[in-house]
Write a protein that binds this ligand. Sequence first.
Ligand code: PMV
Length: 309
Amino acid sequence: MKATAAAHANIALVKYWGKRDEARLLPEAASLSVALDRLRTTTTVELGDFAADSFTLDSRDEDPSRARALLDAAGIRRRARIESRNEFPTAAGLASSASGFAALALAACAAAGLRKTAEELSALARLGSGSAARSVPGGWAVWENESARQVFPPSHWDLRFCVAICASGPKQVGSRDGMRISRETSPYHAAFIEQCRRDLPAALHLLSARDLPELGALAERNALRMHADALAADPPLLYWEPATVACLHALRALRASGVAAWPTIDAGPHVVAICAPEHAGAVVERLRPIPGVADVLVCAPAGGAHLLP
Ligand code: PMV
């Protein structure tokens, strides 16, 4: 009746930004991500005769309704006591919903004694947050329809992902609303989705060839185009802080000086610099002193959601 699971957040190189089915959380286009080892969430689920569902994240009470939707879809009717902990500084938009819902899907099914395939668990995690579908298989993952699958294990490529934390506090517009507003009002949205359909096969080819300059450049373009889509929405969605822009310039300057690192940015202010392990030190040294950058976390590819004893 009680189980604990861990999962890692992921960063997308080809972004998910728009649903073709709002109720079922199905994406308009396929996305590609990698799970990040230092962005880990552990979640304990206890099922019992409690008066109501409860959900705490880092000891703070949260609304359990999205978690309940996931439990209902799994056929779990009993009330749940859910305790989730992020093992990284909980900062704005640091993608903890992906690791949180992936860990929740696994822990809840284990607590209920349900035997589910990885595919079924990914589909369940998706109902909490779309990108959580990719944190279930972990590694390099592609999500297209009901569930995500691992296309390469974490060991395929020893890259570093330097997460520059560029703000604190919650962001103003969450991804769910942000992508809906973009799809409904941005004149660039259809073009962005078309772009993602072209980017995914190209990115998979570059990933299999371990071509960092080309994959890094593709990831940077894809992220900036997603933000162009969001910026053109009504009301406009501006996720960046001054430190975000400063990091983008700093990475350009670094590349000009021979340090190969490319940025990507989710729906928030933080910049994730993609580089080879030998360049991570130089990236941290350059980004850390930027005003507004609270910290830089260096991550490596991680595996999928797993149960803990
Ligand atoms: O899973 P959500 O609903 O939080 O959406 C995530 C959207 C992005 O992080 C911006 C892109 C992505 O593919 O992860």
